[in-house]
Design a protein around this ligand. Structure first.
Ligand code: NI
Length: 169
């Protein structure tokens, strides 16, 4: 297994719309294993393939306390969104050390393939529901900061670019 490099906002590649997975090949299986390892290593609760510069519709999530139950969603589709929405602080591995409020449906039902190619339905609530919506946004080329006001977004963009300049020194 290997750790993958996570793209940092405002990298334009984060704005790529991912393509559906046609077949679960050996390289997809390896990618998924590496995504799970990278998510755990970075203390994240979710990671979309977009964030590691692979533009295919794959996400990995683990909101468990033990961090031992990764869930793989391939070609996820939203079947139903709860009409009630709640605003909560979100963060993202592509926007380090930044948290801000985003409104999300409190429950969501999705259909997706797992890593073995089996399609199943999931009913997500609370943090899991937020995470599913956040990660599915990545596949559409959307980052959570895109929901914030232009003023806040610009502030975050400036902060991230400064951080990246410092790291590249
Ligand atoms: Ni994210």
């Amino acid at each position: 297994m290997a750790l993958l490099n996570i793209l940092c906002y405002p990298d334009p590649r984060l704005y790529t719309v991912a393509k559906p997975v046609v077949e679960i090949t050996e390289s997809i299986t390896v990618l998924i294993e590496n995504m799970i390892e990278t998510m755990y290593e970075s203390n994240g609760i979710g990671l979309a393939a977009t964030q590691v510069d692979v533009h295919q519709r794959i996400i990995v999530i683990d909101v468990s306390e033990e961090r031992s139950s990764p869930i793989v969603l391939i070609n996820p589709e939203i079947l139903w969104l709860h009409s009630e929405r709640v605003k909560g602080d979100e963060g993202c591995l592509s926007v380090p050390n930044t948290y801000d409020g985003v409104e999300r449906a409190i429950e969501v039902r999705v259909s997706a393939m797992d890593q073995k190619g089996k399609t199943r339905e999931l009913h997500a609530k609370e943090l899991f529901a937020v995470c599913v919506q956040h990660e599915m946004d990545h596949l559409e080329g959307k980052v959570f900061v895109d929901y914030l006001s232009p003023l806040k977004r610009n502030r975050i963009k400036t902060k991230m670019l400064k951080l990246q300049r410092e790291q590249n020194r």
